[in-house]
Write a protein that binds this ligand. Structure first.
Ligand code: ZN
Length: 440
C-alpha cells in the first residue's frame, strides 16, 4: 500500500488538484500513507489544493503549532508501527526460509511450489535446459530467445522472453538446486520500508536440480566474460572499401586496420590487409598491407571519372542526385521521428508528476522532462540545418564535371557512390595492380 500503486488514492489526489473535492475523510491518518515522508507530502499537497483533511485519529486543530507537532508524532508513530510489522514479517520469512520452505510469492519459471517446497515444472523446465545449453554452446541471447519463441515457450505473462527475463533465468542459482532467500545484492523492493540488515539464507542441494552445477558455472563464466569484453578497436566506418576489397592471390576479403609507426611521431597508418597474411590466420598469403589512404583516393578518382561520364545523361543525373540525397533524407526522417517520440515522453512524465504526492519525485520528473525538451531542441536544430542545406538536384549534377572533393563530401556519400558504381576491387600484388570491377 504505497503511493506509487494506489490508483484510487492517486485519482483522489488528481481530482483534489482539479478542485473537485473540498474535503477528504479518512478513518485514520495511516490510511493516507504509512510512510512519514509520503504522508507529510500528501497533507501538504491537499493543503495546496485548499482541500480539508479530516482523519478519525487526527488532532483537533493541526493548523496551530501544537496541533502540527501532535500530528507529526502521530505520523511518526504510524511509520514506526508499519516498519516494525514489516520487520517482523521478514524475520518470520527468514526463519521459514532457513527451514528450506518457500516464502509466499510465485516460484521462478521452471519451478512450481507444492506444500511450501519447490518442484520442477516439467512444462517449463525444458526451456531452462535449452537456454543454458545454448549459451554454453556459445549462442547469443537473441538466438536463444528466437529458439524459445519458435518452440512455443512464453513467460508466465504469455509474452516472448526478453533479454532481462532470460538473464534472470541464466543467473538463478535455484536451477542447480541451491535454495536462496533474500539474496545478498539482490533487489529487495518487496520490503521497501525495511532498512535493517537481514542475512541471506542459502541451502545447497535443496531443490531438485533442473541443470547441473557445472553447466551453470560454465554459463556464468561465459556471461561474465561477455560482460567484460570490449569491442575491438576497429571503426569499420573509417574503411570505405570494406566488403568490396579482395586479395587476388588468395581470394579472401581484405579488411581495414591500423598500425602505428615506430619512432617519435607514433604516426598511425590506415591499412587494408589480407586476413590470411596475418599470423593468427596462418600467414598463408603473401599479399602485403596496402595503405588505405592511397587506395581510397585511387578508387575515388576512378569513380569520379566514371561518374562524370555517367552524368552526361539526364536520367542518370537524377539517380545520382537522389542517391546522394538519400542519407540526409533518411537522417531527417529519423530525427523527426525521435522528436515526435520525445513529445510523448514529456507528456508521460508530466502526467506522472501530476499524479504523485512526492515532491522529490515531482522534481525528478520535471528534470527529466526538461532534459527531453533540450534533446528535442537539438534534434530540431539539426532538422532545420538539413532543410537549409541545399539538396542536390539533377540540374546541379547533370552534364557537370564534378571534382572528387565535391563528390565525396562525406564518408557517407563516398560509401553510397562506391556501392552504386563498384562491384569488386582486387589487389594483385604480383603485378602491382588494382583491378576494379564496375557494376553493370
Ligand atoms: Zn591474400
Amino acid at each position: 500500500m504505497f503511493a506509487d500503486n494506489r490508483t484510487e488514492y492517486l485519482k483522489m489526489l488528481a481530482s483534489a488538484e482539479r478542485g473537485e473535492i473540498d474535503v477528504v475523510v479518512v478513518m485514520k491518518l495511516d490510511r493516507l500513507a504509512r510512510d512519514l515522508a509520503d504522508a507529510t507530502a500528501a497533507i501538504k499537497l491537499l493543503k495546496c489544493y485548499c482541500c480539508t483533511l479530516l482523519a478519525g485519529d487526527d488532532v483537533n486543530n493541526a493548523d496551530t503549532a501544537e496541533g502540527e507537532f501532535m500530528r507529526s508524532i502521530l505520523l511518526a508513530q504510524n511509520q514506526f508501527h508499519a516498519r516494525r510489522v514489516a520487520s517482523d514479517v521478514i524475520k518470520t520469512d527468514c526463519n521459514i526460509a532457513k527451514q528450506g520452505k518457500t516464502v509466499g510469492g510465485v516460484a521462478p519459471y521452471g519451478l512450481k511450489t507444492v506444500d511450501r517446497h519447490y518442484y520442477i515444472d516439467e512444462t517449463e523446465a525444458p526451456a531452462i535446459r535449452l537456454a543454458f545449453q545454448m549459451i554454453a554452446d556459445g549462442k547469443s541471447y537473441q538466438s536463444v530467445i528466437e529458439k524459445l519463441t519458435e518452440r512455443g515457450y512464453r513467460t508466465r505473462n504469455g509474452e516472448k522472453f526478453s533479454y532481462s527475463s532470460l538473464n534472470a533465468i541464466l543467473r538463478n542459482e535455484k536451477y542447480f538446486g541451491t535454495y536462496i532467500y533474500n539474496r545478498e545484492g539482490g533487489k529487495k523492493k518487496k520490503h521497501r520500508v525495511l532498512l535493517e540488515h537481514v542475512d541471506e539464507v542459502r541451502i545447497d542441494e535443496h531443490i531438485e536440480p533442473i541443470i547441473d552445477k557445472s553447466l551453470f558455472d560454465k554459463v556464468q563464466s561465459i556471461l561474465d566474460k561477455r560482460k567484460n569484453e570490449c569491442r575491438p578497436h576497429i571503426d569499420a566506418s573509417n574503411y570505405l572499401l570494406t566488403g568490396k576489397l579482395f586479395c587476388k592471390a588468395c581470394g579472401g576479403p581484405m579488411s581495414g586496420g591500423s598500425s602505428t609507426a615506430s619512432g617519435r611521431g607514433k604516426r598511425k597508418y590506415r591499412n587494408y590487409c589480407c586476413l590470411k597474411h596475418q599470423k593468427r590466420y596462418g600467414s598463408t598469403c603473401t599479399t602485403k598491407n596496402v595503405n588505405a589512404d592511397y587506395l581510397e583516393s585511387a578508387v575515388k578518382s576512378v569513380i569520379a571519372e566514371s561518374v562524370n561520364g555517367y552524368l552526361k545523361n539526364a536520367s542518370n543525373a537524377e539517380a545520382v542526385a537522389t542517391c546522394l540525397n538519400a542519407p540526409l533524407q533518411k537522417e531527417r526522417a529519423e530525427l523527426s521521428r525521435r522528436a515526435f517520440d520525445l513529445d510523448g515522453e514529456i507528456d508521460k512524465l508530466m502526467s506522472r508528476a501530476a499524479n504523485t504526492a512526492n515532491a522529490a519525485l515531482v522534481q525528478r520528473y520535471e528534470n527529466k522532462a526538461a532534459e527531453c525538451a533540450k534533446t528535442q531542441e537539438t534534434l530540431k536544430a539539426r532538422i532545420a540545418e538539413i532543410d537549409a542545406s541545399k539538396a542536390l538536384t539533377s540540374d546541379m549534377v547533370c552534364g557537370k564535371s564534378l571534382e572528387a572533393e565535391e563528390l565525396f563530401a562525406s564518408d557517407e556519400d563516398a560509401r553510397t557512390l562506391i556501392d552504386l558504381f563498384i562491384d569488386r576491387i582486387e589487389i594483385d600484388e604480383t603485378r602491382d595492380e588494382i583491378q576494379i570491377t564496375f557494376r553493370q
